[in-house]
Design a protein around this ligand. Structure first.
Ligand code: ASP
Length: 368
C-alpha cells in the first residue's frame, strides 16, 4: 500500500471513509435491561438515509468488536491510524466514529501518529444513540462527513488535520476535552479557538487551521510507552502516597496535576522526592488542574521550586494531551533530554509555538 503525502486536489465527487470504532452513536437500547449495547454498523447507515443526499461517496468500515471508548487502548489507536494510512490515497477525508469518553485521547494520539498528515481526519460521536428520536448523532455524522469532504476554491482539503466535531464546533483534536456528560455540546477546547463554527453555515476560521508544511510522505509512528501515571495533588496528600507513586516499578513518566499556574506545596519532603525521582530518570511534567490557562512555573515560588527540582512545564496543553504526548515521546527511542525538550516543542499543534517537522525531529542533533 503506498501513500503520498502531498495534499491532493479534489476535482471529483469527494470520497470519505467512515470508520466506526464503537460508542453511543452506533448503539441501541436493550429492551430488557435498558442498557446501551453496540449494534452492527449497518444499523447506523440505515438510520441515516440523509447520507445519500450528500454529494459525497461514502464507504464504511468498522471495528470487528465495536468498543465502548473506555476500553480503547494504544493498540486501538494504531488500528485507527492504520485504516487511515492504508486508505490514504483512495479517500479525500476520514471520519472516525468513537465514544465520547476517551475521544480526546484518541484524537490526540492520531495527531502524533500521523506525521505529515495532509487530509482531514474528523472524530465524532454522540450523546444519544442514533436510533433514539432526539439523537444528536445524525447531525454530528452528516456534518463530520461534510467537513471531511470540504475543499477550498482550488480544490485543497479545507481541514487537513485531526479534529473533533461535536454539535456546533470543530476543534483541533489535541486541544479538546470532554467537559459535559449531559450537554449535546460535550467538548471544549479551552486554550485554542474552534477551527469552525457550525450553524446555518459551516464557518471555517482559516487562520487557525494547521496545514502540513512538509511535503514528506505520511509517516505513521505507532509506539506508545504505557509506563506513565497521573498524580493529582490535593491539600493534605500524604508523603507515603507520593513516595509510592514515584517509586512504581518501571515507571518512566509522571504527569503532575498541580494547582493554578503550576503550583504545588513547598514542603521539603515533596521537593526532595521529586528531585530524586528526576535524578533517577523519571520524566515529570507539570500540568494544571485548571481547565483554561496553563503552567508558568516561574510565576510563584511554589512553581519555581518544582522547576528547580527538574520538573518540566506542560504549558497550555490539556492533561489529555500531556499524557498522550508523554506516552508517545517515551515510546520513541529518544534520550531523556530529547523527551524533555520535545515536551515543550509543538509537534502537532498541541502547543502555541513554532512547529517542528517530523524530519527535523529525527535529524536534529541539537535535541539529542
Ligand atoms: N461510554 C460511551 C463511550 O465513550 C459514551 C459515548 O459514546 O459517548 O464509548
Amino acid at each position: 500500500m503506498h501513500n503520498s503525502s502531498m495534499p491532493t486536489m479534489i476535482n471529483h465527487e469527494p470520497k470519505v471513509l467512515i470508520l466506526y470504532t464503537g460508542g453511543t452513536i452506533g448503539m441501541v437500547e436493550n429492551p430488557t435491561t435498558g442498557a446501551h449495547e453496540p449494534l452492527d454498523f449497518q444499523h447506523l447507515a440505515s438510520h441515516v438515509p440523509e447520507m445519500n443526499q450528500l454529494h459525497v461517496l461514502v464507504d464504511t468500515m468498522q471495528f470487528e468488536q465495536p468498543l465502548d471508548s473506555s476500553n480503547i487502548k494504544p493498540e486501538h489507536w494504531q488500528k485507527m491510524a492504520e485504516v487511515v494510512v492504508e486508505n490514504y490515497d483512495y479517500y479525500d477525508g476520514f471520519v472516525i466514529l468513537h465514544g465520547t469518553d476517551t475521544m480526546a485521547y484518541s484524537a490526540t494520539a492520531l495527531s502524533f501518529i500521523l506525521q505529515n498528515l495532509a487530509k482531514p481526519v474528523i472524530f465524532t460521536g454522540s450523546q444519544l444513540p442514533i436510533g433514539v428520536l432526539r439523537t444528536d448523532g445524525k447531525e454530528n455524522l452528516i456534518t463530520a462527513i461534510e467537513i471531511a469532504a470540504a475543499h477550498d476554491r482550488i480544490g485543497m482539503p479545507m481541514v487537513p488535520e485531526v479534529c473533533i466535531f461535536f454539535q456546533s464546533y470543530l476543534f483541533r483534536g489535541n486541544r479538546s476535552k470532554k467537559f459535559s456528560a449531559e450537554q449535546f455540546n460535550a467538548f471544549s477546547s479551552p486554550n485554542y479557538p474552534p477551527i469552525a463554527e457550525v450553524g446555518v453555515h459551516i464557518n471555517y476560521a482559516h487562520h487557525y487551521i494547521r496545514h502540513a508544511i512538509s511535503t514528506e510522505k505520511l509517516t505513521p509512528c505507532y509506539n506508545f510507552d504505557q509506563n506513565v501515571v497521573v498524580l493529582r495533588l490535593f491539600p493534605g496528600i500524604s508523603p507515603s502516597i507520593v513516595r509510592s507513586v514515584l517509586n512504581i516499578h518501571g515507571l518512566r513518566g509522571l504527569v503532575l496535576e498541580s494547582f493554578g499556574t503550576g503550583n504545588a506545596m513547598t514542603d521539603d519532603w515533596f521537593i526532595e522526592e521529586l528531585r530524586s525521582a528526576v535524578d533517577r530518570g523519571l520524566v515529570i511534567v507539570n500540568t494544571s488542574q485548571c481547565i483554561g490557562g496553563g503552567v508558568e512555573m516561574s510565576r510563584y515560588d511554589t512553581g519555581n521550586r518544582l522547576k528547580n527540582a527538574g520538573v518540566i512545564g506542560g504549558g497550555e496543553m490539556t492533561t489529555e494531551a500531556v499524557i498522550v504526548k508523554l506516552m508517545f515521546l517515551l515510546g520513541q527511542d529518544y534520550s531523556h533530554e530529547k523527551v524533555c525538550k520535545l515536551m515543550n516543542t509543538n509537534l502537532a499543534g498541541e502547543l502555541n509555538e513554532k512547529s517542528l517537522q517530523w524530519k527535523e525531529i529525527n535529524d536534529s542533533t541539537t535535541l539529542l
